[in-house]
Design a binder for this molecule. Structure first.
Ligand code: NAP
Length: 280
């Protein structure tokens, strides 16, 4: 069965739109983009468009590519102190001269809509409720739940150990009592590991790395990866055609995990807005 991320994301967005309409003020997300990375600009525009469709405010702050560490940190401070701003997102990757970790640490954890702040990551990893959690892993879990795919006691292999996807996803799945293996570029014979998995989640960024030989019969296959073919076509880490008849459930690319990420971002924005209201 093909997991329809677009449909599930749309349902979540409709629910969020209803919730936002009930509020007396609009949740506001501020997105900082440094430099002119074309992919980043596309993502930022999409986030802004969706936020506005839901009735939220979205502010995009464009900074020059030679912005200094201090200028960027000062801008974040300004947003931290502004009570009208509920969520802050710094679009990654940042230009190389900037220290990404220090920038993320500068964001007030209660406004950290991406869930990347060490306080939020730390709380997630020790089983405490963070203010927010990373959007893509959260979206993956929501997809599994939407299709009633059991997580508890399942043998789950994540390929990729980034701070954005692989590691937070491992924490979230452990919290749901899965047995989690995280594979990466130095893992030997990954195929032998994935062949035993009930659920394989690929977050690598290597087009069609995974074919049906990697997958056991009736496994669930979730494809986070996005690469572009020379013709500009979006490709996942999984060779969909090869795997689709062997897997019990599979996400397509595009239309699988991608739409969920943005839905989770806007869900996080509303959640942070509500938390900040409670604290007033
Ligand atoms: P990343 O930071 O580049 O991490 C990639 C991970 O894959 C690393 O842990 C790396 O191992 C591992 N890896 C690389 N080659 C490998 C191989 N041949 N075998 C096994 N593991 C390998 O990327 P990311 O930010 O996590 O993103 C991963 C993919 O998901 C990308 O394609 C990205 O575009 C996509 N993505 C999609 C969404 C969405 O909304 N759909 C959101 C975020 C990311 P090492 O740690 O050893 O280097």
């Amino acid at each position: 069965m093909i997991i329809d991320g677009k449909k599930i994301a749309q349902e979540i967005l409709l629910y969020l739109k209803d919730e936002v309409q009930k509020l007396d003020t609009k949740p506001t997300i501020a997105v900082i983009i440094v430099g002119q990375n074309p992919s980043s600009k596309i993502y930022v525009n999409l986030k802004q468009k969706k936020a506005i469709e839901l009735g939220m405010n979205s502010i995009v702050i464009e900074m020059q590519k030679d912005t200094t560490q201090k200028e960027l940190e000062d801008k974040i401070d300004e947003l931290n102190q502004n009570p009208e701003i509920n969520a802050i997102l710094v679009q990654l990757p940042l230009p190389k001269h900037l220290d990404t970790y220090k920038i993320i640490e500068k964001i007030d954890p209660i406004k950290d809509v991406d869930g990347f702040h060490p306080q939020n990551v730390g709380r997630l990893s020790i089983g405490l409720e963070p203010y927010s959690t990373s959007c893509t892993p959260k979206g993956v879990i929501r997809l599994l739940d939407a299709y009633n795919i059991d997580i508890e006691s399942k043998n789950i292999v994540i390929i990729g150990r980034s701070n954005i996807v692989g590691k937070p996803l491992a924490s979230m799945l452990l919290a749901r009592n899965a047995t989690v293996t995280v594979a990466h570029s130095k893992t030997l014979n990954i195929r032998a590991i994935t062949q035993r998995a009930d659920i394989v989640i690929a977050a690598v960024g290597s087009a069609h790395l995974i074919d049906s030989d990697w997958i056991k019969d009736k496994a669930v296959v979730i494809d986070v990866g996005i690469s572009k073919s020379p013709e500009g076509k979006l490709l996942g880490d999984v060779d969909f055609e090869s795997v689709k008849d062997k897997a019990s459930y599979i996400t397509p690319v595009p239309g699988g995990v991608g739409p969920m990420t943005i839905a989770m971002l806007l869900e996080n924005t509303l959640h942070l807005y509500n938390l900040q209201k409670e604290q007033k």
